[in-house]
Design a protein around this ligand. Structure first.
Ligand SMILES: Cc1ncc(COP(=O)(O)O)c(C=O)c1O
Length: 449
């Protein structure tokens, strides 16, 4: 990026020209110029440690060297950039790599559908395909679930701040309590009763859709027995199981798929975010018997992003490297121990730490406090966001390969920011924050009025 570009950009341009819908630019009101690994740089010379990771799209860090090299080579050789869903070498390489590195070692038999390149596209395709396959229209989703912002995905998203009835209703969707939603009560009992009682009011659904760890919903981790029970109820009632692994797949929980530890075999899996190695790519995995599409029945101009195929084939190689996989667990331990130590050092009655792998949440029980901490952390050189129904859960999602010293430094910055925010009790002013930046912003960077 040229120096002249770096110094000529000001947030005023965005305030004037970009829609009010913008969100993260209000939460992090600096101009970002470059990024390497887990460090982002701004045009005023600041370096921030990234615990946000593009909302889970940068599990392998910013600009991994192998991705940069492969992309430069591909573009320099006039590789195909756009091809709808035609056959390209880049797509063939990705498919082969995904099969050899991910599917075969796990004895998984899935077909891949390339949807439009955002996560919500994969969710839309899954919902549609489940309905087509079963000839049923109903879907069971869960409290605090988050699946994206297109209309079908919104209908299965719990949080009312994203969902107004005038956007389209929750028609054909029933929400049931996720694991932990009712304390220790095993909520699969309710699912079982609703599915088996013909007077429950729940139509036999086409599918049950879930995240194994609810990322945007506030880092709620489903237990393995709960997930296994949901799967066996689905099988018993001939209902499809769809796992939305868009945020917590791609190694975020320590295994490539978040459901591996529980031994699930979902009928469909939605993948996006980090599957493209930092570039837009979305995939719906389906068991072969679910592949009842007719050619072109779920289409789109930008299916299969060749540059993302190139990047993806590179980052998938990490899964052949035992040190990479072991490293996720080591970093997970550091995160968990640090966050737990915060709780026992200064116990707060309504605080909680939840997570697994490299996705952790510190629930501070108060969205305003969480926002204050995020703002101070940003000033102190740390990027992180919040999730949960009131944005009360600080979300820790560093790159899976963040160097250990940087992880520790980021946690130190967090600890310091937490203390400062608790001491101040008022919202600090960020250097170039616009008036709007002072408004609370939710987990998708949207302003809460
Ligand atoms: C679990 C889950 N599903 C779907 C989506 C939607 O993905 P996208 O924003 O790329 O449409 C997200 C985004 O955060 C997500 O976390």
């Amino acid at each position: 990026m040229s120096q002249s570009f770096q110094t000529s950009v000001s947030t005023a341009t965005f305030d004037r020209l970009e829609s009010e819908v913008r969100g993260y630019s209000r939460l992090f009101p600096n101009v970002f110029t470059s990024a390497v690994g887990s460090v982002m740089r701004t045009n005023d010379g600041r370096e921030l440690i990234d615990f946000f990771c593009g909302a889970g799209s940068l599990n392998y860090g910013h600009n991994p060297p192998e991705v940069k090299r492969a992309l430069i080579d591909y573009v320099s050789s006039d590789g195909i950039l756009h091809s709808l869903d035609m056959i390209t070498q880049a797509k063939e390489r990705f498919l082969r790599t995904f099969d050899e590195v991910i599917l075969q070692p796990r004895a998984m038999d899935y077909r891949l559908q390339f949807t439009g390149p955002t996560g919500t596209n994969a969710v839309e395709a899954a919902l549609k395909l489940a309905k087509k396959r079963t000839q049923r229209s109903h879907i069971v989703a869960f409290t605090n679930g988050y699946h994206g912002h297109s209309l079908g995905s919104l209908s299965v998203t719990g949080n009312q701040s994203y969902h107004s009835e005038y956007f389209g209703s929750h028609n054909n969707v029933s929400f049931l309590p996720f694991d932990g939603y009712l304390g220790d009560f095993d909520t699969t009992i309710l699912l079982e009763k609703m599915l088996s009682d013909r007077s429950s009011g729940l139509p036999l659904p086409a599918a049950v859709l879930l995240e194994t760890v609810q990322g945007e919903g506030g880092i709620h981790v489903a237990s393995d027995p709960w997930l296994q029970r949901v799967q066996s109820l689905c099988r018993e009632h001939d209902v499809l199981l769809i796992v939305d692994d868009i945020q917590v797949g791609n190694g975020r929980t320590g295994e490539f798929f978040s459901f591996e530890r529980a031994g699930l075999q979902p009928d469909m899996v939605c993948l996006s975010k980090s599957i493209g190695g930092g570039l837009p790519l979305s995939v719906l995995l389906m068991r072969p018997e679910c592949d009842v599409w007719q050619p072109g029945q779920h289409t789109g101009t930008f299916r299969g992003n060749n540059l993302a195929f190139i990047a993806a084939a590179e980052v998938l190689q990490n899964w052949q490297n035992d040190d990479f996989v072991r490293g996720i667990q080591q970093r997970s331990d550091v995160l968990r121990e640090f966050l737990s130590s915060l709780l026992w050092q200064s116990p707060q009655p309504n605080w909680d730490v939840r997570g697994r792998g490299m996705i952790w949440g510190l629930d501070v029980g108060d969205g305003k406090l969480a926002r204050r901490i995020i703002d101070v952390a940003f000033k102190n050189g740390l990027l992180l966001e919040a999730s949960g129904s009131q944005d009360e859960v600080l979300k820790f999602m560093p790159a899976l390969n963040i160097p250990m010293p940087l992880l520790e430094e980021g946690l130190q910055r967090f600890g310091q920011s937490l203390r400062q925010a608790m001491a101040s009790g008022t919202s600090p002013k960020t250097a170039s924050a616009s008036k709007k930046a002072a408004n609370p912003v939710d987990c998708n960077g949207e302003v809460i009025s």
